[in-house]
Design a protein around this ligand. Structure first.
Ligand SMILES: [Zn+2]
Length: 368
């Protein structure tokens, strides 16, 4: 089965491809095959609260660059089972930004955080340059706790969209200042250099800690690969939940599997799947906690696709995936939205990414 698709191209084709590549004509990557030696068990999840009830807590998990192809590739590699796929409600989110059909993470994150389409590279600003309130601001207004967890710098575009206002996503030192003066209670990720090795000489980690907020930045920049960093995304996500649970009014937590995107930009299939499986193990822990308590709406989605990933063949029995990438950038396909828990029924259908915060607020509205 699928032998034709996985066969290596004949020598003459390879030569032709080489000539075209040398001439700057990109045909897309060659097929890559990944075999997963160690599948992870899937957590048994039972919905303990009616899907139409109002949630007390909101967890928004963002697999940066994660499309349905990424999820399906991870499903094959994990032996035909995945925590994310246990979510009973599924929708589709269109990801174009205010300026481009192909969004970047700044505009994509801003749409998911604020419900307003933004211009690529801009954070927390509408196309006219007005500051936007994020879901974290909304949660604070309701007396809820707030948190962000990521595997890249906490000042990178996706988490920054939840607290920063900056026309240039690359200005991470200024974005760190927004985090220091902002309202996120629990912050786990990388990027310590933007807080302690600053041109202005300030120590923002000290400043944030003195305010009674929790910030732990494990590395100066981004985290390493899953093999290098181990289980830290799952661990820090659960630690964030246990800290935020102390707030009697509930909490909003954003968890980002940030490096699915980086691995897809690099057209590295093994690394892309390793990142997906790490994200899924984290999702399993989060879904199990949410199921146990019955008061948390969990949304698992993406800001955009990355890599134009395409599965050519695969076998769940041998945990093998053969796939290729069409681009080193993002693509314009809609991304899946998985939902679990009270309020999850709001997330069926096909909609713009900007509908997601509105749906979250709508789900939570009945609880007050
Ligand atoms: Zn990207």
């Amino acid at each position: 089965m699928g032998q034709k698709l996985t066969a290596r191209p004949p020598a003459i084709m390879k030569t032709l491809i080489g000539i075209l590549l040398a001439a700057g004509i990109v045909l897309g990557g060659e097929p890559q095959t990944y075999n997963n030696p160690a599948p992870h068990p899937v957590v048994r999840i039972e919905n303990t609260a009616p899907a139409t009830a109002a949630p007390k807590n909101i967890i928004l998990m963002i697999g940066d660059g994660m499309s349905l192809q990424h999820v399906q590739a991870a499903w094959l590699a994990n032996g035909g089972t995945l925590n994310i796929m246990q979510c009973p409600v599924v929708g589709l989110s269109r990801t174009a930004s205010a300026s481009h059909t192909i969004t970047d993470s700044a505009a994509g994150g801003t749409a998911l955080a604020s419900g307003t389409k933004a211009i690529n590279k801009q954070l927390g600003l509408d196309p006219q340059g007005n500051k936007l309130d994020s879901l974290a601001d909304w949660a604070k207004q309701r007396g809820m706790g707030t948190g962000i967890v990521t595997t890249k710098t906490v000042t990178d575009a996706t988490p920054a969209a939840f607290y920063a206002h900056n026309p240039n996503r690359a200005d991470e030192d200024a974005i760190a200042l927004d985090l220091a003066t902002g309202n996120i209670d629990v912050i786990f990720g990388g990027g310590a250099k933007h807080f302690t090795q600053r041109k202005d000489g300030r120590n923002l980690l000290e400043q944030i800690s003195k305010q009674g907020r929790t910030i732990k930045l494990a590395t100066p920049g981004h985290y390493g690969t899953p093999a290098e960093r181990g289980d830290i995304l799952r661990q820090t996500s659960l630690e964030a939940v246990s800290r935020l649970r102390q707030n009697p009014n509930g909490y909003f937590l954003m968890i980002e599997g940030a490096k699915i995107d980086l691995a897809s930009h690099a057209n590295n299939l093994p690394e892309t799947i390793a990142e997906m499986l790490d994200f899924d193990r984290t999702a399993g822990a989060i879904l199990a906690e949410a199921a146990q308590n019955g008061d948390t709406l969990v949304i698992i989605t993406a800001d955009h696709e990355c890599g134009g990933l395409s599965i050519l063949d695969g076998d769940p029995a041998s945990r093998t995936v053969t796939a290729t990438f069409a681009t080193g950038n993002h693509s314009g396909i809609a991304v899946p939205v998985y939902a679990f828990g009270p309020g999850s029924t709001n997330f069926t259908g096909t909609y713009e990414n900007t509908a997601i915060p509105a749906k979250i607020k709508q789900a939570a509205a009945a609880s007050r």
